[in-house]
Design a protein around this ligand. Structure first.
Ligand SMILES: [Fe+2]
Length: 212
């Protein structure tokens, strides 16, 4: 009988050149038109491993069930496609492959969704990177990779065992070039609000969110 382990949480650091290479592509992100805020920018793409290669699937709309997303559940969201130039970078491909290897998607060929998200904030008004509160994404695995934190206070990555827990199992600032992957069926997650820590300047938090 084969004894199999169950994946819970993995966190790792990638070389610093990775975030530096993909960061410029966050400057051109279009606004997320499904959120009533001028602080959110977003693009979306889907990938799958096929015969040892990772291919980008045709662009499609994104929908989550209202069971998992109480703010935008059952809404078909037509996000902009990701920049092909960015997708082609060795650094982005490395992130994608790392996520697929950790979660087994490289072998079971499950579709991997990637969201490229920028959340900005002001000095005097907090922004909520996770407006749906403590939540699951409705997948088997979710990965968060931090590309940039600029002028930011807050934005803690928090992992909970249930949505009503007061104390997170993990409560940490995901720094640039850090990647955390969690079992989305087992844990709930939340990103705390952010504030710019420099008066008169915007705070910026750039991430990729991967799901499989
Ligand atoms: Fe999430």
């Amino acid at each position: 009988m084969k004894i199999e382990n169950k994946f819970l949480i993995e966190a790792f650091q990638v070389p610093s050149k990775v975030a530096a290479r993909v960061a410029p592509f966050f400057e051109q992100l279009p606004p997320d038109k499904y959120i009533n805020s001028d602080h959110r920018f977003r693009a979306y793409a889907r990938f799958q491993s096929e015969n040892g290669n990772i291919i980008k699937l045709p662009h499609s709309k994104f929908k989550q069930s209202s069971q998992v997303n109480r703010v935008l559940g059952d809404v078909e969201r037509d996000f902009s496609d990701m920049s092909q130039d960015m997708v082609n970078t060795v650094e982005f491909q490395h992130l994608l492959k790392s996520f697929m290897e950790s979660t087994g998607a490289i072998d079971d060929h499950s579709v991997v969704d990637v969201h490229q998200i920028r959340v900005t904030c002001d000095h005097d008004a907090a922004s909520a990177p996770a407006p749906e509160g403590i939540h699951q994404d409705g997948f088997r695995y979710v990965g968060i990779f931090c590309v940039q934190r600029k002028n930011i206070s807050g934005g803690y990555t928090q992992i909970f065992a249930s949505p009503v827990e007061q104390h997170p199992h993990l409560n940490t600032v995901l720094e640039e070039n850090q990647f955390v992957i969690l079992n989305d069926e087992r844990f709930y997650h939340y990103i705390s609000e952010t504030l710019s820590n420099i008066e008169g300047q915007k705070g910026v938090r750039d991430v990729f969110v991967f799901t499989a």
